[in-house]
Design a protein around this ligand. Sequence first.
Ligand code: SF4
Ligand code: SF4
Length: 397
Amino acid sequence: MLYKDFQDLKLSALGFGTMRLPLGADGEIDQAQLDAMVDRAMAAGVNYFDTAYPYHNGKSELAIARSLARYPRESWYLADKFPGHQNVRGVTPMQPAEIFEEQLAKCGVDYFDFYLLHNINEHSLYYYGNPDNHYLEYFLEQKGKGRIKHLGFSTHAGPECLKGLLEKIGKHMEFCQIQLNYVDWKLQGAEEKCVLLADYGIPVWVMEPVRGGRLAHFDEATEAKMRALRPDESIPAWAFRWLQTVTRSTMVLSGMSNMAQMEDNIRTFSAEKPLDEKELALLGEIREMLARSIPCTGCRYCCAGCPMELNIPEMLAMANEMAIGSSITTIARYTALGEGKRADACIGCGQCVQVCPQNIEVPTELEKLAEIMAKQKSWEQICAERAAAAAALKAKG
Ligand code: SF4
Ligand code: SF4
């Protein structure tokens, strides 16, 4: 395992992100599988585990804490986050003490090694920056008491907002977690953000290194080009190699959902294998290709507050699929969403836009999807035509 220095600590360069934990057939976190993955991670030298209040609707904290409790407290570092970004306008803002005590209790710890103000962005700044909420003040106080060892923040803010933020709170922040991968280097201004953070001497923690899995699979032709250059490397590993080559990040968090992903990541983080010019150029081509699609990472932050209870990330994925070309399987999945749950049910309230870390104009994208789908043959029509064709074939003998 590769390690990085952070103050007086040696952190594994790979951190275990717990936003997309393994699920059982009942849709709940598969604790046994998670325990096995944590065992494998610990055996390989991973010592950093990252959770957050909203992950898995509050169950991620409990699940990872259960797994880690089987190991001595000093053998792992746990990061958790204050969900200030989930405040809703018009409702009394969250009380930091209430949430923080709840998190400590859920995780069964009396201190967090790392604690972050979660997702400070152009919208949530309204709450984080409001002096009446005393958010920063409260967490600095907890740090003073030793209940937080290192205080930082995560952000999806654009470079301008980040700049203003650093001017205000930069001196208190020990690390910053940003979305960083070879697509967002340009698309989300990650390069500029890294420069800003470096000016403040704040180390970078990487989240979404494979963009919610979007950089883990490509079309056959693209994957063939990648394999020709690096036959022994998996497709997701390219994203980590890019980070090793171009950035000077301290921590790379990977949300692993199964043992195969864990094994692949452990292999990748056993040695640095930087990319050469030709390989970087290929990732540049892929970046161009992906920049034309909707950049949804499937985080589901938008889902809880949707008054129509729409499966927004699923429909945005369908929009991306349809942009490449009409697909029967996409139409089938879209149909299966059911009446009142498809794109045309969106009432344009904008709640999703407020909370989306990728700044996606969801109502506009759903409107476009509804238009595209309205022009397709319905799934029933496709089935009827197929049945008629099969019958005709049978009649012919
Ligand atoms: S704008 Fe549409 S998709 Fe977004 S929260 Fe409102 S109803 Fe749901
Ligand atoms: S639309 Fe935005 S908030 Fe919703 S799942 Fe996609 S990236 Fe996350």
